[in-house]
Design a protein around this ligand. Structure first.
Ligand SMILES: C=CC1=C(C)c2cc3[nH]c(cc4nc(cc5[nH]c(cc1n2)c(C)c5CCC(=O)O)C(CCC(=O)O)=C4C)c(C)c3C=C
Ligand SMILES: [Fe+2]
Ligand SMILES: [Fe+2]
Length: 354
């Protein structure tokens, strides 16, 4: 069959040259997909078990040999953790929507981004999770069905780690494996040093500190940790975190003693990146520091790790160690500063496609 160049290029995009009987070809749209980590569908044992099983079965997250890990996972972790973690999630649950804050904020980011990109009529925005719902596969499929033959995926992690960014990308490509007409893919790179991100963090910190009735002597930038061996083997995550904190310190004009870096959320027995957040908070309290604030630059939205582990646990640790004033600075979430970062990254990475 000879195909001739159509007078209307849009007709070619829509499959205008197809032989009779060929299924319609949907094309011409560009999907933008925000991807966050994932979260349980409920706080009861079953949904917690399902979420933790999917998360902790990911070999990017737990690198142990499966023959060693699965008996521990199924015999120890999944028999206890769904209950204890579920109780923590219950404390921060968004009861109005019956969902976790991570999902509420990620949805809000998606909706606000769609609004901000209204000048790009061929762009369709959606949001997905690496673990749980809405799944990466279902959202990618939905975008393709809407006519997206290109998808820009945005793993919402400012600092790259194989345990987060890489596995989000893996999951998207895994979804493409079952598609006959798979879209072209671009992925937003880590943005740990982007001026728009550093500026947003600095403005957000200043704005929240101005609302406090005390001035923190020390502000901690607390990042989710990873096991130290992952870092030693070449995961650039620690370097990205150190650079974000350095640039933030520079932007705020603060000293190395005023803005410090720690790592939180240890899991399992091995050593994780240090210094640990909980130990540091305890030491500051014991050393006579009376006022501190903690900010979580590595979390795009507030979640169990920021609201409960920092907002509740770290505050308790500090008070028990003798500290007086504690503040948790919210994540960028869907604030104007936060949306400026997401929009700037997306517009830049869409170049050549729109
Ligand atoms: C070995 C285990 C884990 C690694 C490695 C890990 C890396 C990592 N995680 C985040 C971001 C988040 N983690 C969250 C929750 C969470 N993380 C782990 C374990 C590892 N994370 C567990 C078991 C959980 C579930 C909660 C619990 O049971 O303690 C979340 C919050 C999700 C939510 O629903 O609110 C985020 C976000 C990063 C950035 C990271 C490595 C850089
Ligand atoms: Fe985690
Ligand atoms: Fe935690």
């Amino acid at each position: 069959m000879t195909l001739s160049t159509p007078a209307d290029p849009k007709a070619a995009k829509a499959g205008g040259l197809l032989p009779a009987g060929h299924p319609p070809v949907k094309a011409g749209k560009i999907g933008v997909m925000l991807v966050n980590l994932g979260t349980p569908d409920g706080t009861d044992f079953k949904p917690m078990w399902r979420y933790l099983r999917e998360f902790l079965s990911d070999p990017r997250v737990i690198e142990l040999n499966r023959a060693i890990w699965y008996p521990i996972l199924y015999g120890l972790v999944l028999t206890r953790r769904p209950k204890t973690s579920g109780a923590n999630y219950a404390r921060i649950w968004n009861r109005e929507r019956n969902e976790s804050p991570l999902r509420t904020y990620t949805r809000a980011q998606g909706e606000k981004l769609a609004e901000a990109l209204r000048d790009l009529p061929d762009v369709v925005v959606d949001w997905a999770m690496r673990y749980g719902n809405p799944s990466t596969a279902s959202v990618a499929q939905g975008l393709v069905e809407k006519g997206c033959d290109r998808i820009l995926s945005f793993p919402l992690y400012p600092q790259y780690s194989a345990t987060t960014t890489a596995t989000a990308n893996d999951q998207l490509f895994r979804a493409l494996m079952t598609m006959r007409a798979a879209p072209a893919i671009r992925s937003v790179p880590p943005y740990y040093a982007e001026p728009v991100y550093i500026e947003a963090l600095a403005r957000s910190i200043e704005r929240h500190l101005a609302t406090l009735d005390f001035e923190p002597e020390v502000v901690i930038t607390s990042y989710h940790g990873i096991p130290k061996p992952y870092s030693d083997k070449g995961d650039p995550y620690q370097a990205h975190c150190l650079e974000t904190t350095r640039l933030l310190r520079e932007k705020l004009g603060w000293s190395e003693n005023r803005l410090i870096i720690t790592f939180q959320s240890r899991f399992g027995a091995q050593e994780w990146l240090q210094p640990y957040t909980d130990k540091t908070v305890e030491k500051l309290g014991r050393d006579g520091v009376t006022s501190i604030a903690i900010v979580n630059p590595g979390f795009s939205v507030d979640c169990i790790e920021t609201l409960d582990e920092i907002g509740r646990e770290a505050a308790e640790t500090f008070h028990h160690a003798g500290g007086k004033n504690f503040a948790h600075i919210p994540c960028l979430n869907d604030s104007a500063e936060g949306m400026a970062v997401i929009e700037a990254m997306v517009r830049r990475e869409l170049s050549g496609w729109v």
